[in-house]
Write a protein that binds this ligand. Structure first.
Ligand code: ZN
Ligand code: ZN
Length: 746
């Protein structure tokens, strides 16, 4: 009979978005515009069950859908007293009527009975009772006990008092007059009548019933909770067919976030900063514990409904840590390695620092802690843009996939589009020993195998630098006030035109990403990551994870210490007197020895220097001079910074240094080279040159950047980028030659 008259199974429910503790955070009207919330069996307690069965259908567990005795009694009453009583309807019949609403006629009564048999045949008693709890009408567009208990009493069905339960049980009889908030006296009268009946029948203890009789009714139609509107809408759109979406939101943290961010954001209105977005990720479970699309959902004037967690924005400097961690993993550098913060030019791209100043030689640690731009761009140039975009793709950055071809070196200064969600998840990898996990929104999300974005050592070195407190990323207010600085690692970012302020921080428990700005795209002079976004980040960390001792990030096993020369960050030679402790990754980090000094032959009064061909038999001495990078040299010259210069070369020397410049033999000028590129075997081009016989060492430059030094006759390889490449070879006498080639991918 189910085939001929199929039962309607699909009941349109109001979708409920619930927190990790199953508390309702947000609800959406059902497809037929009802507040009809699917109630979970555990939300129906014994009192509610007993009260409903007692009142509606005492023989519910004994009949097969229809109660013949009740029908006979009703029929008798109807004919003898000419009046209708509803007592004949079993709970099953009521469910049938609620699922297939029809006019009350005798024929329809028979259809209803037929449907009741069908229901009993198909479902268990518990399932039918559950359908009743979900469908029973409470007036207006409220259906089912869950919506009713939440809307009228502001609590879940299993948390209702007996007085509230009995009130709910009687409202469906006369929803018009008994609806809470309309006629309280009437409702109390009707409620107490039923409570007295229950007392006579000993349904509950006398004590319980007496309490209920004295309980005032405090109910009116109230608003449903709206804890995480952007998040809830996102889940609603993503999983439209789930009646209940079980999420990982930690309600306590969500409420803390709502309160703190709302207050903080209001203070920024004075500056013309109207939007704030935050995501809080648990680093151990990878669950999204709190989510703020914007601080004020109701702020129509400033697009408060836009979800800033998934908005595409410029990251400012927030990708720098990833670039340095790649360089650590490539063995190119360590925190104490030196890098020249001096003017550079990459094919017309000449980045500047935030304050337009240059710092000369700085350590990588200093460069990252102070968020210097030039070292970051140079480092990216060293590791290659592709190695950065590959990591970003692994970490789920969506925009990179679409715009990979147009991404240049400026990406590390914010020249790309990222989402707060992507940045927050990326930073949680630093807290997880370099392992990247996708964020888990739903309780049903299972743990996927993580992606190892970087080694634990590289993640730790980066986090260690970002944990330093005395750096410009610390807001000046916090530094001078008594505000507690949480023990976290964090990085700020400020986009071009001051349109975005970022501050993303982590300890081993949590990663919190903060974005501030205007969805309209309007920049604000005061909007910076350090001064605006970081105080909110700190406040949130202090609220959710105050100085927890277990939240410290511990150093991993693949990390070790070594002494390096403080001048270069390389392994010290005998003449390297200042040595410092540095991290390194055994088997990975370069073991080049320091060459910060070089030996030069000079005459006795240090007025000129000799080469091997003009070195006299006696009357000379050797001295050590700083072996400076050509970039640094030209910076010192242009800035008139004094340094120990090698005396000019012996004027009587017969060597003509302008002749016999090196001739590059392995590649031909103005030629096009097609290379085959695959993941495991990057293409390599050979660098070789013929040099004059007084030369012992040559220096190779790619696009005017120092690449490698080599002994004469030593083969050097490099991995070419696609496009025009300038290759230069200098010898140790200062003679130089250049060629230009074009490289194409196969
Ligand atoms: Zn040294
Ligand atoms: Zn000479």
């Amino acid at each position: 009979m189910n085939i001929v008259f199929p039962l309607k199974d699909k009941i349109p429910y109001s979708q409920q978005i619930v927190a990790s503790d199953k508390t309702l955070m947000y609800a959406f009207l059902s497809a037929d515009d009802k507040w009809r919330m699917l109630v979970q069996p555990e939300e129906i307690n014994q009192q509610l069950r007993k009260a409903i069965i007692y009142k509606e259908d005492r023989y519910f567990y004994y009949h097969f859908g229809v109660n013949p005795i009740a029908i006979l009694r009703a029929a008798f009453n109807n004919t003898i007293y000419q009046r209708r009583t509803s007592g004949a309807s079993t709970i099953t019949m009521q469910v049938a009527r609620l699922m297939y609403p029809k006019k009350r006629t005798y024929l329809n009564k028979f259809t209803e009975m037929f449907r009741s048999f069908q229901l009993e045949w198909k479902y268990s008693k518990e399932e039918i009772l559950n359908l009743y709890f979900n469908l029973v009408p409470y007036g207006g567009n409220i259906e089912g006990v869950k919506a009713a208990s939440l809307i009228y009493f502001g609590r879940k069905p299993d948390k209702m008092s007996l007085a509230q339960i009995v009130s709910l049980a009687i409202i469906p009889n006369r929803p018009g007059t008994l609806r809470p908030g309309t006629n309280t006296d009437e409702l109390v009268k009707a409620r107490n009548k039923w409570l007295q009946k229950m007392k006579v029948d000993k349904l509950f203890s006398d004590e319980l019933i007496d309490d209920a009789l004295n309980e005032p009714i405090d109910a009116k139609r109230s608003e449903l909770p709206k804890f995480a509107p952007h998040f809830s809408l996102r889940m609603h759109n993503q999983y439209p067919d789930m009646p209940i979406v079980y999420t990982n939101i930690n309600l306590h943290h969500q409420q803390q976030l709502n309160t703190i961010a709302e207050k903080y954001s209001k203070r920024l209105h004075g500056y013309g900063i109207y939007n704030a977005s935050v995501m809080i990720l648990n680093n151990r479970t990878h669950t999204v514990e709190a989510y703020l699309g914007s601080a004020d959902f109701a702020d129509m004037l400033h697009s408060g409904q836009v979800d800033g967690v998934v908005a595409v924005r410029s990251p400012g400097s927030t990708l720098k840590p990833l670039v340095y961690s790649i360089a650590f993993d490539n063995g190119l550098m360590t925190p104490k390695s030196m890098i020249a913060d001096v003017p550079v030019n990459f094919d017309g791209y000449a980045p500047e620092n935030y304050n337009s100043k240059f710092n000369g030689n700085v350590t990588i640690e200093y460069a990252l802690a102070n968020s210097l731009n030039i070292p970051a761009v140079k480092t990216l140039n060293m590791v290659g843009i592709r190695s950065l975009t590959d990591k970003m793709k692994l970490a789920g950055f969506g925009q990179v996939l679409h715009s990979e071809g147009s991404i240049g070196l400026s990406v590390v200064l914010g020249g790309c589009g990222v989402k707060l969600e992507e940045m927050t998840t990326l930073f949680s990898a630093f807290a997880n020993g370099g392992k990247f996990y996708r964020p888990h929104f739903l309780q049903s999300d299972t743990l996927n195998a993580p992606v190892q974005l970087m080694t634990p050592a590289a993640a730790y070195m980066t986090a260690d630098i970002l944990s330093q407190v005395n750096r410009p990323e610390l807001p000046t207010d916090v530094a001078s006030s008594a505000m507690h600085i949480p023990k976290i690692a964090w990085k700020t970012g400020t986009s071009y035109g001051r349109r975005d302020a970022w501050s993303i921080g982590f300890n081993s428990d949590y990663t919190i990403g903060v974005w501030l700005g205007n969805f309209s795209g309007e920049g604000v002079p005061e909007l910076t990551g350090a001064e605006m976004a970081t105080p909110l980040l700190f406040e949130l960390f202090n609220a959710i994870d105050y100085n927890s001792a277990k939240s410290r990030i511990v150093s991993p096993e693949d990390l070790d210490f070594r002494l390096v020369c403080s001048e270069s960050g390389m392994l010290p030679e005998d003449n390297c007197l200042n040595r410092v402790i540095d991290y390194y990754i055994p088997q990975v980090t370069s073991i080049r020895r320091c060459d910060h000094l070089k030996k030069v032959f000079i005459n006795s009064d240090s007025t000129f220097s000799y080469c091997t061909s003009c070195l006299p038999a006696n009357g000379y001495k050797t001295a050590e001079y700083p072996n400076l990078d050509p970039d640094i040299l030209s910076y010192y010259e242009s800035e008139k910074i004094s340094y120990r210069k090698i005396p000019p070369h012996n004027p009587k020397c017969e060597r003509v240094f302008t002749e016999f410049e090196p001739r590059i033999t392995s590649l031909l000028n103005k030629k096009e080279y097609t290379v085959e590129r695959d993941e495991k075997h990057p293409p390599q081009l050979l660098l070789a040159a013929n040099v004059s016989n007084d030369v012992s060492q040559v220096y190779w430059y790619i696009n005017d950047r120092f690449y490698k030094s080599a002994m004469t006759g030593e083969d050097v390889f490099f991995v070419p980028e696609v496009g025009k490449i300038k290759i230069s070879c200098s010898d140790d006498k200062g003679r130089n030659s250049n060629i230009a080639i074009t490289v194409k991918d196969f």
